[in-house]
Write a protein that binds this ligand. Structure first.
Ligand code: ARG
Length: 490
């Protein structure tokens, strides 16, 4: 191996291979290799503009960098002996264009601001990918909700049958939840997308770098104000993993629910075979493996969040090498989240809901009991608590026969409801799930009329979010085109 361009002046002796591998971040740095080339390009372009490097050297460097971008980096750039991709690319460059030109690239810069910049660039891409995945998922939920505004099913509290609702109301509950996940990611994006480049080691530099210019070439909204903050802070990573962990926790809930629904106990859904596995011994089995793996992956993302918080909490200002070990945790959280979303969207798109089983189950466990109590209040003007007690007693005795209800009324409220006109027919009618759902008046309730509107509202909000996502992507593309153009001009 050639002499290490960074260690050469200061340090004696070679490290053992074990130590080199121990210190190197090359595997994780594959995530940011392309970002690093862009960072190098923006930095060199700015150095020329500020007359800090002559055009000839800059041209040589930029031609080589462009080659790496187009043809991929030579594997040598990932040699663990170089520690990280920043040094790896610099070494490669010096080999390709000579030490005189190549050695000028790192002026006024440190790997500290370099890595922080790359991390922010790669993270924002993952946020945009996660947002696209969330949009797909929300689209699937909205489409299925639209089909099922009058599909009656039982709603549960404590996993016990509670009150009738509709499948659309249930699906929109998840859609609303995932819409907030998108909101959290948009928020995170605005804090991720600031440029630390030009912070150098932590204290800036005496060379007149134009930080606005590099920020703009790289698609950042603006440079970060404080150079120490720029290199040392990783709250943008914690915030992103945290938004991913919340998202994956929400995903885990719907996974769990669909797993339950696909079981013979419940039988509300038949999942598409493509997302299921069978058993090597039990020929009848159809297992919801994809949802199980997804539920498991949510645990890993929360684990990465805990690791990240622990890793950062005792680090004094400014850069500490510990920070390098944070990066693989970020990437794992990103991978698990971004890969889960489109799969879940497809699972929901292709799920066959057993509407007959849902309808049958909608009446189980006396789901009409609340409505019977409400009816007694409306019709006979008794206090809700008295009505609750009367109906509770009927449930306890296992019968909604008129005589049973009236005996309960006499005992618990000291009055006969039959004398006031209560009929068996009215009790039975009050328990009709379809009627119950239709009679709901409050905003956000499962009343099909309201849910149809809620579907439209969700749809409009989704389209708005999609446009915002497109604008963010366009901004990055425009910035990249501006930089390419500047390189061509030179
Ligand atoms: N590879 C390092 C990281 O990921 C950046 C290098 C900074 N190294 C240093 N010795 N200051 O954080």
């Amino acid at each position: 191996m050639a002499k290490d361009q960074i260690r050469n002046g200061r340090l004696e002796g070679n490290r053992s291979e074990d130590c080199e591998i121990y210190l190197a971040s090359m595997d994780a740095d594959r995530e940011i290799a392309e970002c690093d080339i862009r960072v190098d390009m923006a930095h060199v372009l700015m150095l020329v503009q500020q007359n800090l490097i002559d055009k000839d050297a800059a041209k040589k460097i930029l031609v080589a960098l462009k080659g790496y971008m187009e043809n991929g980096l030579p594997e040598n750039a990932f040699d663990p002996a170089r520690e990280d991709i920043h040094a790896g690319i610099e070494a490669q460059l010096m080999e390709d264009v000579g030490a005189d030109a190549g050695g000028r690239m790192h002026l006024g810069r440190s790997r500290n601001d370099e890595v922080a910049t790359c991390l922010r660039m790669r993270t924002r891409q993952y946020i945009l990918d996660a947002l696209s995945g969330i949009f797909e998922l929300r689209r699937a939920l909205i489409t299925r909700a639209e089909e099922h505004t009058t599909t009656i099913m039982p709603g549960f509290t404590h996993l016990q049958h509670a009150q009738p609702t509709t499948l659309a109301h249930y699906l929109l509950a998840y859609e609303n939840l995932f819409a907030r996940d998108a909101g959290r990611l948009f928020d995170a994006y605005s804090r991720v997308n600031r440029s630390p480049l030009g912070s150098a080691a932590f204290a800036g530099t005496g060379f007149p770098l134009d930080r606005e210019l590099t920020a703009s070439y790289l698609g950042f909204t603006s440079p970060m104000e404080n150079s120490m903050d720029g290199v040392a802070s990783r709250d943008f990573i914690v915030e992103t993993i945290s938004a991913f962990a919340i998202l994956m926790t929400n995903i885990s809930r719907i996974c769990e629910e669909l797993i339950l629904w696909s079981s013979a106990f419940v039988k509300f859904v038949n999942l598409n075979d493509a997302f299921c596995s069978t058993s090597s011994i039990m020929p009848q089995k159809k297992n919801p493996d994809t949802l199980e793996i997804m539920r498991a992956k949510s645990a890993a993302v929360t684990g990465e969040l805990m690791t990240s918080l622990m890793l950062i909490k005792s680090l004094p200002m400014s850069y500490n090498r510990d920070l390098q070990d944070l990066n693989p945790h970020l990437w794992r959280a990103c991978h698990e989240t971004v890969s889960s979303l489109p799969l879940l969207a497809e699972i929901i798109e292709t799920a066959e809901f057993d509407t007959a089983a849902m309808k049958k189950s909608a009446k189980a466990g006396n789901t009409g009991a609340t409505e019977v109590a409400d009816y007694l209040v409306r019709e006979f003007n008794i206090p809700f608590r008295a009505a609750h007690n009367i109906v509770g007693r009927a449930v306890k005795l296992g019968s909604f026969d008129l005589a049973v209800v009236d005996d309960a009324a006499k005992e618990l409220a000291g009055l006969s409801l039959v004398e006031r006109g209560l009929t068996q027919e009215a009790i039975d009618r009050a328990q009709n799930p379809k009627e119950i759902v239709r009679s709901k008046k409050t905003l956000g309730s499962p009343n099909p009329r309201l849910v149809k509107k809620a579907v439209q509202v969700a749809d409009v909000k989704l389209v708005q979010d999609e446009v915002t996502g497109d604008i963010l992507r366009d901004q990055l593309e425009d910035a990249d085109n501006r930089m390419k153009h500047a390189i061509e001009e030179l």
